[in-house]
Design a protein around this ligand. Structure first.
Ligand code: F6P
Length: 360
């Protein structure tokens, strides 16, 4: 069992729908255990900056407010990289912050990057941590789904539904560029749900010839419109990045492949005019879907249960349809979860005639 009396909870990395539902679940479950909950502001910043930034959370903060139904993070989140050499210092300040507040453990709602960085802080500072996976990219390893992914898929699917009508009016092939970093989960799930004709993901090479071939087949069938989904992490046919933009700590900023493809198609094939919609940060908004809300509650409750049973340094997960957990070391060692080339989603897309690139 456990001697926990006070925990911290924070959201880290890019926000998404469902974060507030997770925090609500943590607060309610921890309160039932008789623990105090400190909500840490702006990811780890609330513990590393002076003055510390946090608030004491009770079920009243969430249960009688719209927050669990809203996207974004009530607590704020941190998505700006930290230079490697500053991380040691940040870890020390993090430990000092945890001790100053008297926290017995910290629950971190984050993606694969946050699991790596914050578990490292916790190791250095000797702090107990439980992770809860969230990301619209669905690339956190060892969990089938992360909180926020399902809602982002819905946002992209709604966009495809909207684009279909204008594509049809103007006989165009409309391109939707979606997020996902270097993983194609968001693209393929949305392409299937939005009945797209072509879906390009970073994990599978494609050819312009293959794309044009598919567009020709659509025209030959008598249809005069098409939908193309492209993941922001897709490179050129030759495997080169479309943009070389980086932030101040050297992290790559994706985007631009939609325009690149549009120009390429327009200059090589006159069967369709193309236009591009880059969906951007609306993919991180939208009221969380029923799936994301229930996943948020299941994983939030499980995180508290693990701590209550004396477990630590684990990430809760949905594995083979069951709630489960893995050590943070296993999660970090597993790295980013890529879309498998022969995943059921890719196989189904091919089976219904979608062009999803070419596997050698
Ligand atoms: O990881 C979530 C995500 O939305 C990615 O899909 C995207 O590449 C990135 O974050 C965008 O980050 P930022 O909000 O810093 O522009």
């Amino acid at each position: 069992m456990t001697d926990i009396k006070k925990i911290g909870v924070l959201t880290s990395g890019g926000d998404c729908a469902g974060l507030n539902a997770v925090v609500m679940a943590v607060v309610n479950a921890a309160t039932i255990q008789g623990w105090e909950v400190y909500g840490i502001h702006d990811g780890t910043n609330g513990l590393t900056e002076t003055p510390l930034s946090y608030e004491i959370l009770t079920p009243d903060n969430y249960s009688n407010t719209p927050w669990p139904r809203l996207a974004g993070s009530y607590l704020g989140s941190l998505n700006s990289g930290i230079k490697q050499e500053s991380r040691e210092q940040a870890a020390i300040r993090f430990g000092e912050g945890v001790r100053k507040l008297g926290l017995d453990a910290v629950i971190v709602v984050g993606g694969d990057g946050s699991m790596n960085i914050v578990s490292n802080y916790c190791n250095i500072a000797g702090v107990k941590m439980i992770g809860i996976p969230k990301t619209i990219d669905n690339d956190t390893p060892l969990t089938e789904f992360s909180v926020g992914f399902n809602t982002a898929c819905q946002v992209c699917t709604n966009a495809l539904d909207d684009l279909m009508t204008t594509a049809r009016s103007h006989h165009r092939a409309l391109i939707l560029e979606v997020m996902g970093r270097d993983a194609g989960h968001l693209a393929i799930h949305s392409a299937l749900a939005g009945f797209a004709d072509i879906c390009l993901v970073p994990e599978i090479p494609y050819t312009l010839e293959g794309i044009i071939e598919k567009l020709k087949k659509i025209r030959e069938s008598g249809r005069t419109s098409a939908l193309i989904v492209v993941s922001e992490g897709v490179k050129t046919e030759k495997g080169e990045a479309v943009t070389a933009t980086e932030n101040l700590v050297g992290e790559k900023i994706n985007g631009g492949i939609g325009e690149y493809l549009s120009n390429l198609i327009n200059t090589n094939y006159d069967g369709f005019q193309t236009r591009v919609t880059k969906l951007g940060h609306v993919q991180r908004s939208g009221n969380p879907t029923a799936f994301d809300r229930s996943l948020a509650i299941i994983l939030g409750a499980e995180a508290v249960d693990l701590l209550a049973k004396g477990h630590t340094n684990r990430m809760v997960a949905l594995s083979h349809g069951k709630v489960s957990s893995f050590t943070l070391k296993e999660v970090v060692d597993a790295g980013t979860k890529a879309l498998e080339t022969y995943s059921p989603y890719i196989r189904a897309a091919r089976a219904v005639g979608m062009y999803v690139g070419e596997v050698e």
